[in-house]
Design a protein around this ligand. Structure first.
Ligand code: ADP
Length: 516
């Protein structure tokens, strides 16, 4: 990598990665805080759901209180109807007892079941005194008392002319099922799992979903005591996942997105650096190309100028020498024209301006003609070239001039990068499945596997090895062949081993494919 590329890469890395790193660490560190906050908010929500359940229960009990707290005799017929009505409508109330708090302490009990009525206990005097104080302050408080597996709710009547205590004997399980059940289902909807447990026996007495004991994850529940059933507890959690799991999942997703974004930015950065590097390399190759071409042009120009001057000054004595000089001038100007044509051709191909005239040609006939035209070239360069036609029909749609340019290019390279003496070259035509192959094989210096990847790139020249360095060239030939092949719907490939030789393969689509 050149120093400029390194410098640009470092600057880009600093510009992009510093703010990105800062942003990422900040976002990732606040993710945990966000998660904790979401958890706190959600816990508070679950708590308020449980609170609403207790409030519902309180409303229910205060309705019972209101209907029983009447200015009528507690042992009268009217109260009996009222009490029995209350028990019929709310089967969880198993018995109702009124007790006078004055000196005679008369007791009236209403119940379907005499034995149940015996469970009633008299509440502690201090609590009753407290209730009196509350009532004086106009607050009719309801207290609870546990009697075996039943619960008593008791309160003072405020509308009766006598000071009276009213006690309700409640069966907790039926209270939960009949009075709280529908409310529990309503608040739970499909989102929450809600259960009521007996804290004394630690058993579930009601739940929105049947859960196996071993699957029960008590730790995930948010809990609250039921106000009127002191040893019962309500527990709630999200149905599918806990809040913590949800929050963790969300923060995990966010961190994936953040890492993904960082990756995209880094990938983009890598791409920018790669493009800059490529452009710089191309600029370098272009300037090398200009100096190579100038060098290539300079030699024939110098020769032409020198021989022309000698002839102009009539310094040549013999006619033979004169003819020799003129031949050199002719040869060198042809070379010059060749170089210029190559560059012009290249720029035409480059701008997609080269016009092709595709016609069907028999390669078995066309290729030997082109090879024949190189006879002189082979003689001068000590090349033995053999041609192996195909036994099959090998018709290809091609532009004759471009095709000849391509083969000449490959032949020229085989000579340029060939042995000094007794070069051998073989041109073969092979029929493959969908393609017709034209192979040009030489026994020259070969190309290393590493360089084979680049030789078809614009301006690329192998710089390792004496010959590769000495041979004149522009790094355009194979790139031009590649572009012309693609205009023919074909491909170019190479098989080569360093020090042993190379085979260049032009793969043309079979004519049938071409017409399709
Ligand atoms: P150049 O003008 O340099 O010949 P090309 O595009 O024709 O440009 O070839 C690119 C490079 O591929 C050459 O510089 C040479 O190193 C290598 N090359 C091409 N043909 C052969 C060959 N037949 N044998 C060995 N090396 C070759």
């Amino acid at each position: 990598m050149s120093r400029t590329v390194v410098r640009i890469s470092i600057i880009l890395l600093v510009i992009v990665s510093l703010p990105l790193g800062f942003y990422l660490t900040r976002e990732l560190s606040t993710l945990d805080e966000n998660e904790a906050m979401v958890e706190r908010v959600f816990d508070a929500q679950l708590g308020s759901i449980l609170l609403s359940l207790n409030q519902y229960s309180e409303n229910l009990v205060s309705r019972w209180v209101q209907s029983l707290d009447q200015p009528i005799a507690v042992d009268g017929e009217l109260m009996e109807v009222l009490a029995r009505n209350q028990m019929d409508n709310n089967p969880s109330i198993e018995a109702i007892r009124f007790m006078g708090l004055d000196w005679d302490g008369a007791v009236t009990t209403y119940s379907e079941n005499e034995t149940v009525a015996l469970i009633f206990e008299t509440p502690p005097t201090e609590t009753v005194e407290k209730l009196k104080e509350f009532l004086a302050a106009n607050y009719q408080k309801v207290e609870t008392l546990i009697s075996g597996d039943k619960t008593q709710l008791y309160f003072l009547l405020k509308n009766n002319e006598k000071q009276m205590l009213c006690q309700l004997l409640i069966d907790p399980i039926s209270y939960i099922e009949q009075n709280l059940g529908s409310r529990i289902q309503e608040v739970a909807q499909d989102i929450f799992y809600l259960e009521i447990t007996d804290t004394l026996s630690n058993s579930i007495v009601y739940s929105t979903e049947v859960i196996q004991e071993h699957e029960r994850e008590e730790t995930k529940l948010q809990k609250a005591h039921l106000w009127y059933l002191p040893h019962y507890e309500a527990g709630i959690r999200l149905k599918a996942k806990t809040v913590k799991e949800l929050a963790t999942e969300r923060s995990q997703q966010s961190s994936y997105i953040l890492w993904g974004m960082a990756l995209v930015v880094l990938f983009g950065l890598g791409f920018v650096i790669w493009s800059i590097r490529r452009e710089m390399k191309l600029a370098e190759l272009k300037s090398e190309f200009v100096s190579n071409v100038s060098h290539e042009i300079r030699t024939p120009l110098a020769l032409i100028s020198m021989y022309a001057e000698t002839l102009m000054l009539k310094r040549v004595k013999t006619e033979e020498k004169q003819a020799d000089y003129l031949k050199t001038i002719h040869h060198e100007s042809n070379r010059l024209a060749d170089i210029v044509n190559r560059i012009l051709n290249f720029s035409r191909i480059e701008k997609n301006k080269r016009k092709y005239e595709f016609r069907l040609h028999d390669l078995n006939k066309l290729v030997p003609k082109i090879i024949d035209s190189c006879k002189k070239h082979f003689e001068v360069n000590d090349v033995k070239c053999t041609f192996l036609p195909s036994d099959d029909e090998v018709f290809v749609m091609l532009d004759k001039e471009a095709f000849s340019d391509m083969i000449m290019n490959l032949i020229d390279n085989s000579i340029k990068y060939g042995k000094e003496k007794e070069k051998r070259m073989e041109v073969r035509i092979l029929k493959k499945k969908k393609y017709i192959w034209l192979e040009v094989e030489d026994d020259g210096i070969g190309i290393s596997a590493k360089n084979q990847k680049y030789i078809f790139d614009q301006f690329y020249r192998v710089t390792e090895g004496d010959l590769a360095q000495k041979a004149k060239g522009s790094g355009l030939g194979l790139n031009m062949v590649k572009k012309m092949m693609s205009a023919h719907g074909g491909l170019i490939a190479v098989r080569s081993k360093l020090g042993e030789g190379s085979t260049f393969i032009l793969k043309f689509p079979d004519k049938k494919e071409n017409h399709a």
